[in-house]
Design a protein around this ligand. Structure first.
Ligand code: KIV
Length: 253
């Protein structure tokens, strides 16, 4: 799809019923995100989410899934060594039914990425705002605004691709930086708060339906508000990602 210039529509999913709706609306990639800690479990952050939680939700999503690529997040501290990452990846794929796992972090994760890929586990990397490092970052803030941090994100992206990552999620970075990285990488770059220049977009499902009970960041659009039904909201999101109208400048940094 990247080579054809076709935008990739991604959303998070955590259960079987929504998975069926998402697939019928044309969502191509489903992410069982550890955001489930915040939107399903009512936690303050994603940090307390366990491998067991992730396997459970991945399994129920996999039960309803048919066509889409199914990615599952590796939760906090479940990939702090390559050996532990392999155990976590094995659980998410064998017991959960995931096709790919996602992990957060840059060059420090390249050994882990290479080890997973060598063992047959495809990896989606995640750079920019890293929710599992929220306390290290000092909050949910835009990353890569100054020249040094932008250079680090750019170099990390190239290193992760060289290590064998198949996809990259870029969260909350300036649109110009995301577009530059998207052009420099061969693998698809999926943006969230990263502007329209990425190869695809992802949002947290409950955020784009406007049912998350907290203040929404600038990059979220409530698609339910203008469509009136869940099916129509998801179809509108897919159409807007495909034609490049979402994210608009007001959703970008
Ligand atoms: O956990 C999640 O839902 C994510 C997305 C925000 C990309 O990582």
């Amino acid at each position: 799809m990247k080579k054809r210039g076709e935008k990739i529509a991604v959303l998070t999913s955590y259960d079987a019923s929504f998975t069926a709706v998402l697939e019928s609306a044309g969502v191509e990639v489903l992410l069982v995100g550890d955001s489930l800690g915040m939107v399903i479990q009512g936690l303050e952050s994603t940090l307390p989410v366990t491998v067991r939680d992730m396997v459970y939700h991945t399994r129920v999503v996999a039960r309803a899934h048919s066509m889409s690529l199914l990615i599952a997040d590796m939760p906090f501290m479940s990939y702090d060594t390559p050996a532990r990452a392999l155990e976590t990846g094995k659980g998410l794929m064998q017991a959960g039914g995931a096709h790919m796992v996602k992990l957060e972090g840059g060059a420090e994760q390249t050994d882990t990425v290479a080890y997973l890929v060598a063992n047959g586990i495809p990896v989606c990397a995640h750079l920019g705002l890293l929710p599992q490092s929220v306390y290290k970052l000092g909050g949910y803030k835009v990353q890569g605004r100054d020249a040094d941090s932008a250079r680090k994100i750019r170099e990390d992206a190239l290193a992760l691709e060289r290590a064998g990552a198949s996809l990259l999620v870029l969260e909350c970075v300036p649109a110009s930086l995301a577009a530059e990285i998207t052009g420099a990488l061969e693998i698809p770059v999926i943006g969230i708060g990263a502007g329209a220049g990425c190869d695809g977009q992802v949002l947290v499902l409950y955020d784009m339906l406007g049912i998350t009970p907290r203040k929404m960041p600038r990059f979220v659009k409530n698609f339910l508000a203008e469509t009136g039904s869940i099916k129509a909201a998801i179809a509108a999101y897919v159409a807007a990602v495909k034609d490049g109208s979402f994210p608009a400048p007001e959703h970008s940094y």
